[in-house]
Design a protein around this ligand. Structure first.
Ligand code: ADP
Length: 261
């Protein structure tokens, strides 16, 4: 099998015999590659805003009387880039926090309706500029889970819908009973995502729009955080999308985690 990597060692066994030890290191090598990619991505993501910041700082240092318009542009750019960096660092922290946490799911109760109502208010504020038609349907289902993680899942999915859907779109959020499970969905009528990307969206740093300086793209960590949090709830992010029509992001919580009313 060409995909399997072996680490082979030869050791003397007796005068005429050797011992051949082969170890399958395929998975180890893959993990090592993932770690290298991750570090390279983080460095790149931090370097870009830093370069911009340094450029503007040099400009400010060299000229003692910058025209007001240019000065304003420099300040706005620098604010934008430092926000970008602090957002990235926060996302990285939240990924690593989730990696080290060990805890018992069944010890905690999340009042999803209450959580979603608070988020609905926050998201309506975020939505003001884009004037989407944003609606919520919330069934009274409480579950066992980790509140901070579920909050981050829900906020990431709704914020993406608001972000990627052009102004005055239609966004529907729901939390409802489906069979004996509970399902959370966010549906938008935004640009949609081509099929070839769907399977990779939850990879760290994966973005459809590869242009790193693009105004529309974030860090590409949002959906990786979502999937990691859903892992802790034995759930998986499902994405259905039709380019030009919109997307539907959803996850289900199984019966065992639903608290009987
Ligand atoms: P980002 O920080 O780039 O938003 P995410 O991990 O949250 O990273 O999302 C990964 C990619 O998935 C985005 O770059 C975007 O191209 C695509 N995407 C996410 N949500 C939507 C959506 N509602 N509509 C269209 N594309 C989306």
């Amino acid at each position: 099998n060409a995909d399997v990597e072996l680490e082979v060692r030869v050791m003397p066994y007796s005068d005429e015999q050797f011992l051949l030890i082969a170890r399958d290191v395929t998975q180890l090598k893959q993990l090592e590659q993932m770690r290298k990619d991750f570090v390279a991505n983080v460095s790149h993501e931090l370097k870009t805003p830093l370069t911009v910041l340094q450029g503007y700082l040099e400009l400010l240092e060299q000229s003692d009387a910058l025209p007001p318009a240019m000065l304003n542009k420099a300040i706005t750019e620098m604010q934008g880039q430092s926000e970008r960096m602090s957002h990235l660092v926060n996302q990285l922290l939240s990924l690593s926090r989730m990696e080290i946490s060990r805890y018992d799911l069944f010890e905690r109760v999340v009042d999803m309706p209450q959580l979603l109502n608070v988020i609905a208010t926050e998201m309506n504020q975020l939505n003001q500029a884009k004037q989407h038609q944003l609606s919520f349907h919330i069934d009274p289902i409480k579950i066992h889970g980790f509140e901070d993680e579920l909050r981050s899942v829900v906020i990431n999915l709704i914020a993406n819908a608001i972000h990627y859907t052009p102004a005055q779109g239609v966004i529907e959020v729901s939390w409802r009973q489906v069979g004996d499970e509970a399902e959370f969905t966010v549906t938008d009528n935004g640009p949609g995502i081509a099929a070839e990307h769907l399977g990779r969206l939850t990879e760290r740093f994966y973005r459809v729009d590869k242009d790193r300086n693009s105004k529309t793209g974030g860090t590409g960590l949002g959906l990786a955080i979502v999937q990691q949090a859903l892992d802790h709830h034995h759930s998986r992010l499902e994405i259905e999308s039709t380019p030009g029509q919109g997307s539907r992001f959803s996850f289900r919580i199984s019966q065992e985690l639903i608290i009987k009313a």
